[in-house]
Design a protein around this ligand. Structure first.
Ligand code: BGC
Length: 684
């Protein structure tokens, strides 16, 4: 008998349910605390997994209780949300996606895993893979944007980075891809609301990143809080068992979301805790995070024949197998040998990725890079180091973060700062001193946007303008700027609907939340030390009423024609977005030409890219297809590839992309964004 068989044969019911339970400590609070962790419970084997506890010393101490003092000596598994960094905070995932660089995505995950391992953690509840086309939903910040092909590439890179070649490797932790599935489509963008979609939509848009994660060997999956077509994901046997396990071949552990099993009662599908626990277990949820439904409900469910001991044993086996793959039985203290803090090497990576995640949305008159040194730095996010972490700050500390004020000052600029207004209050009393400051400067840099916690979980918004009185501050400055360039650095966890701000500013940089090296990264781009190269992985609306707005829409039978009233349009706003998917300017002047296809399967697609500008530039090129005369209507454009090229001034190069030969006739498009007018095309 192997170790796991022996353990299962020896375990009491309470010990088995302990292995299926994950309980929160209070190092970070990510939901309601209903079952406080106690050392006695660990000692008695009735809690087998923890979340929200990290740090070499506390992790070791608590592990010692499990390993030395519990009857079966089964090590604990410790999980934490290190969404975009643990100690070193990298850009939020939406921002990082905009690098369109799988190697970079992987490298930040590797660093995060290393830091998590140093902190005694074994699992991160990441990557978050919810495709979303609704910026009202705050969690769009945590994921890879609007496109399934892009989300799949992101999924593969992140799982590789967190888990390395083997979960037993030094510095590897288990990834838990979340939130399976469709959470990004919550009704009206309102957090935790229900989702409803066609099978085609599910399989073509929301499922692919999870398929990619499973194919890459992801160790765990977390079901979404939401219901899909009427079945809560936590109890969705069809999607968790038939699709995830049978069809996709997932063999790992399913970890419920926080308190989600108990919430089956709120969904109305379970009459009591025993029913809720039985529904979840039967659907394939192995670990109960924070409901205490398995420990309290499953014994009753067993008595009522709602579940069988075999169901419990199968889940226990999956949990113990993961602990084995993590090498926890051999060496329970391997992780948690040293919490690293933020090393110089990790900082350098955060600075590099941070700078490359910034999206230059507008740069009229090439006001960027900055040509003058006397800067009025205005706005509530200019001196806001802690906000730079974004919504999931891991174990990152605000005093490890660099503000824009610090970054620009260290870059040698003569910077004077006034906040003008706060992020989200009604107080305009600081505006006049901000205006005085502007009168004395050559260039005005406005740092505006959302607070970090205005996106992320439970942070939906119905209005997507600047919060508080920031637009009024900006308007007052535009009014008085008297020909001085005004550069907006915009912080947000989502695209904002800010046409007025964009039309008045000379330059706009979408900074999202760049992480702990924010100030340095922003200074690098504003001063021209780094050429901006980020691309938006999500479409920006002009107005909330356009949402959902995304490039992969189907054209319908009456696509917009300005000469025909009875075609698809709004009467009060254009159809087009404020910025299309893939948009992002550089300091170069890029031209694409000579699109060509070399036959074979996959096809090789090549396009020449030239930089006619005076500065070096990194260009991202997107490959889309449009199927011709398909049996069912298809999106106008489907993303099938992307590639990057760095070009010196006057340099020309070729980007090579591969494309699986489409089944029927199709048209191929290549260009710098999803804006139709910018695309070169060829028939296939
Ligand atoms: C979130 C998850 C997270 C969990 C644990 C939940 O509220 O939805 O994304 O992993 O808390 O912190």
């Amino acid at each position: 008998m192997g170790r796991i068989d022996r353990l299962i044969a020896d375990m009491t019911l309470a010990e088995k349910l302990g292995q299926l339970t994950m309980t929160a400590a209070d190092y970070a609070v990510t939901g309601p605390v209903v079952a406080p962790v106690s050392e006695d419970a660990i000692r008695s084997g009735t809690i087998g997994n923890l979340l929200n506890l990290y740090g070499a010393e506390p992790a070791r101490r608590i592990q010692e209780v499990a390993v030395e003092e519990s009857r079966l000596h089964i090590p604990l598994m410790l999980g934490f949300d290190a969404l975009h960094g643990q100690r070193t905070i990298f850009p939020i995932p939406l921002a990082e996606t905009g690098l369109f660089d799988p190697e970079a995505w992987e490298s930040t995950a590797r660093k995060t895993a290393e830091e998590c391992a140093g902190d005694g953690l074994h699992m991160t509840f990441a990557p978050m893979l919810d495709v979303s086309r609704d910026p009202r939903w705050g969690r769009i910040a945590e994921g890879p944007g609007e496109d399934p092909f892009l989300g799949s590439a992101f999924a593969r890179a992140k799982v590789r980075g967190f888990q390395r070649a083997s979960l037993a490797d030094m510095g590897a932790i288990a990834a838990c891809a979340k939130h399976y599935v469709g959470y990004g489509a919550v009704t009206a963008g309102r957090e935790y609301a229900s989702t409803d979609m066609s099978d085609a939509m599910l399989r073509e848009v929301y499922l692919p990143p999870f398929r990619a994660a499973v194919e890459t060997g992801v160790a765990a999956i977390m079901p979404a809080f939401t219901d899909l077509n009427g079945i809560p994901m936590t109890a969705n046997g069809f999607l968790l068992r038939d699709v995830l396990r049978t069809e996709l071949g997932f063999e790992g552990v399913v970890v419920s979301d926080y308190h989600a099993i108990a919430e089956l009662w709120n969904h109305g599908v379970a009459g009591d805790l025993a029913e809720a626990a039985a529904l979840a277990l039967k659907a394939g949820v192995d670990i109960d995070m924070m409901s205490d439904a398995y420990r309290l409900g499953l014994p009753m469910a067993l008595e009522r024949d709602l579940v069988a001991m075999g169901d419990i044993d199968a889940a226990v086996r999956r949990v113990l197998s993961l602990k084995e793959r993590l090498d926890l039985f051999q060496d329970p203290y391997r992780r948690g040998r040293a919490d690293s803090g933020v090393t110089a090497q990790a900082r350098a990576l955060a600075r590099d990725v941070g700078a490359r995640s910034l999206v230059l949305l507008k740069n009229d008159g090439s006001v960027l890079p900055l040509a003058t040194r006397r800067i009025a730095l205005v706005g509530p996010l200019a001196d806001a180091a802690g906000e730079m972490r974004g919504p999931w700050g891991g174990a990152g500390r605000s005093d490890d973060c660099v503000s824009v004020l610090q970054g620009l000052s260290e870059a040698g600029l003569d910077v004077r700062h006034a906040p003008g207004v706060a992020i989200n209050t009604n107080d305009l009393s600081g505006v006049s001193s901000a205006l005085d400051l502007c009168a004395d400067a050559d260039t005005i840099v406005l740092c505006l946007g959302e607070a970090a916690l205005m996106s992320g979980e439970a942070a939906s918004r119905a209005f997507l303008g600047l919060p508080g009185r920031q637009q009024e501050l900006a308007d007052a400055i535009f009014d008085k700027a008297a020909g001085k360039p005004v550069v907006v650095v915009l912080f947000s966890g989502r695209p904002l609907a800010i046409p007025q701000l964009v039309s008045h500013a000379d330059a706009v940089v979408a900074a999202w939340f760049p992480g702990c090296e924010a100030g340095h990264a922003i200074a690098d781009v504003l001063t021209g030390k780094v050429s901006p190269s980020g691309r938006t992985p999500v479409t920006w609306p002009r107005a909330v009423g356009q949402i959902p707005i995304f490039f992969g829409e189907r054209s319908g039978g009456r696509p917009f024609n300005p000469d025909d009233h009875f075609t698809s349009h709004y009467s009060d706003v254009e159809n087009s977005p404020l910025f299309p998917f893939g948009h992002g300017l550089t300091y170069g002047k890029i031209a694409l030409s000579n699109l060509r296809i070399e036959s074979g399967d996959p096809l090789t697609v090549k396009v020449d890219v030239a930089n006619h500008g005076p500065r070096k530039a990194e260009e991202t090129v997107f490959l889309f297809i449009k199927q011709k005369v398909p049996r069912v209507t298809r999106p106008g454009l489907e993303l099938k590839g992307f590639g990057n090229i760095m070009l010196a001034p006057s340099e020309q190069g070729t980007v090579k992309l591969t494309l699986a030969r489409p089944e029927g006739p199709a048209e191929l498009f290549v260009g710098p964004s999803a804006a139709y007018s910018s695309l070169l095309s060829l028939p296939i």
